[in-house]
Design a protein around this ligand. Structure first.
Ligand code: SF4
Length: 393
């Protein structure tokens, strides 16, 4: 399989989005924020390009301004376009002041890579492609991969230390230049809106784990491709997803009123009744619990176990649950030569296995996962009762 960091990340974020993007190849218009990010990246590449001299700050600003003015952006107002231009110029100015290009030994810009990873379980070769924004060699012994981010939110150091994208870049550079000491390679995310660089490293053990993680994700994609099983995974990121209007998890909200037919009208009534009953159910359950408490208190007070009412009889019974000392039971069964009973007790239990799974070490966990197959597939409806206004009204 040929894939990339962004494709694997998309799959991890939402299998349905992966299907739209990577399998069905449905193109969506780029958002203004994404276009802004691309042009800032282009400005930063230009800033470090030497021909034969590095560009001056004015040239960098002019380069960004020219590309921003010429780009076509859907649904953007003149005010927004000017605000983005001002923001881009400002962050490039601040970046330039802190990162004068002649102070850095830049080895490569927008460096394309392709790594071949072999899956030892299947013998299949996979190609992983990507682009690293910048590779520096600060001194003879060290290398640094820098990825620019135009997002406002900065990752925590903990998140950075396990960041999949940086782990992948580490793997790519070690494969490209095997002579590099993995510990002498720094990995940085440069948040240009804050003019802040966050740095981390990876060990060779972590690099191996990244490889395993890549292979697990690829195997998962292959299995899902075979069964065409790419469920939507709604999250806060859906608001930035270009497929929202066609996504099964959101499409209902986008159905236009002129396409409303009898079915649509019906489903609105059904949904309304569903929520009314669901709410009733919740209130009934709550009230039943309150009544039970009062009834039990009355029975205790009067020392009685039954109450006769118009609707029937309420009885109080004592139920006991036991726990067993399995060590003693095993010894007793052994003493009576009845280990067949013991073996029958040790019936495999799917629920227990599922609970234990996260605690198992690799590769045992993967072996257990490989031994599972879908026995039954069913659809479940879950409902969230909306407290605020009705979206359909
Ligand atoms: S809208 Fe959300 S759930 Fe639907 S494809 Fe996009 S990310 Fe996935």
């Amino acid at each position: 399989m040929r894939t990339s960091y962004s494709a694997l990340e998309t799959f991890r974020q939402c299998p349905q989005k992966y299907k739209f993007q990577q399998i069905e190849k449905i193109k969506t218009p780029k958002s203004k924020e994404a276009i802004f990010g691309t042009l800032v990246h282009s400005g930063l590449r230009y800033l470090f390009s030497r021909d034969p001299l590095y560009p001056s700050l004015d040239e960098v600003i002019a380069h960004f301004g020219a590309s921003w003015s010429s780009v076509e952006i859907a649904e953007i107002t003149e005010e927004e376009k000017t605000a983005y231009l001002t923001q881009g110029e400002s962050l490039l100015r601040r970046f330039y002041a802190k990162n004068q290009p002649w102070n850095f030994n830049v080895l490569d810009l927008e460096s394309r890579f392709e790594i071949i990873v072999e899956d030892p379980k299947t013998g299949t070769m996979h190609t992983l492609a990507g682009i690293m924004d910048r590779i520096d060699k600060p001194d003879d012994a060290h290398y640094e991969i820098i990825d620019y981010k135009t997002s406002r939110k900065m990752k925590s150091q903990d998140a950075l230390d396990t960041d999949f994208q940086l782990s992948l870049y580490h793997l790519a550079l070690i494969k490209r230049w095997p002579h590099i000491n993995p510990n002498a390679l720094s990995l940085s995310l440069y948040y240009v809106k804050h003019n802040e660089k966050l740095t981390t490293t990876r060990t060779i053990v972590q690099t191996e784990e990244t490889k395993q993680h890549v292979l697990e994700t690829i195997r998962d994609i292959e299995i899902r491709t075979f069964s065409n099983d790419f469920p939507p995974q709604p999250s806060a990121l859906c608001d930035w997803c270009g497929y929202k209007a066609m996504c099964p998890a959101w499409k209902f909200l986008f159905l236009k009123s002129e396409t409303r037919n009898l079915k649509r009208e019906n489903i609105e009534h059904i949904t309304k009744e569903f929520f009314a009953l669901k709410k009733n159910n919740q209130e009934t359950t709550k009230r039943l619990a309150e009544l039970q408490t009062d009834i039990k208190a009355y029975m205790d007070q009067e020392g009685i176990t039954r109450i006769f009412g118009e609707g029937g009889v309420i009885s109080k019974t004592v139920q006991e649950r036991y726990s067993y000392d399995y060590e003693k039971i095993r010894s007793a069964l052994e003493a009576h030569n009845r280990l067949d009973v013991w073996n029958a007790l040790l019936t495999p239990d799917d629920k227990k296995l599922k609970t234990m799974l996260p605690t198992l070490p690799s590769p045992l966990k993967e072996q257990v996962l490989e031994a599972r197959s879908i026995a039954k597939k069913f659809e479940v409806l879950s409902a969230t009762i909306k407290k605020a206004s009705n979206p359909f009204s």
